[in-house]
Ligand binder design. Sequence first.
Ligand code: LRY
Length: 221
Amino acid sequence: MLPFPARSLLVSCQAAATSPLHGPGPMTMMARAAEQAGAVAIRANGPADVAAIAGAVGVPVIGINKTGDRAGVYITPTLAAAAEVIRAGAALVALDGTTRPRPDGLTLAEQVSAIHDGYGVPVMADVDGYEAGLAAREAGADLVATTLSGYTGPGPVPAEPDVELVAKLAGALDCPVVAEGRYTTPELFRAALDAGAYAVVIGTAITNPGAITRRFLGALA
Ligand SMILES: CC(=O)N[C@H](C=O)[C@@H](O)[C@H](O)[C@H](O)COP(=O)(O)O
């Protein structure tokens, strides 16, 4: 049973170490504001933020634990990283669901089943493409998210979200597909749901005032 309903908006509350909003205090305020406005789950990074947010909101927290280099597997890359955010209060854990080798040597299937067996929480696999999505479900993921599409190849990150991948995965998988990554407008949020997304995670467009400010100033360039 998933801890949030279909056709819902989930808000990612994360701030880079360079941001004045970095840390559990500001991220908890962001999460409370998102919950007050109708977000039905919060995605948060690291045990400190997960613990603070889980203690302050009534909606479930999707915990991630970014570790290591962004060029490699960095979203909850190991079982130990997953355990930290689960112990901090995550109701669900999201982790790298690509086919790349993982730093602790576990396969994705081994990591997922260790989380299921050891902690009993659902797992969301952040994938970068169709084949990875199929493989992640095969490996036991309870949800598949398009989070890493556009981020694992050699080229620049596209401006638009990968709605096509959402549609392909939703048509092929027997589990919920979550749209995540570069959903910047209400129209794109709606497009993801219409393409078959169970829910949509929105981060930057809601919780990153620095990026929003830069986006407006881009109109002057
Ligand atoms: C690729 C990667 O590391 N994505 C991260 C995953 O947790 C976050 O940095 C994103 O903000 C999140 O996925 C939400 O996406 P957007 O901020 O585009 O709405």
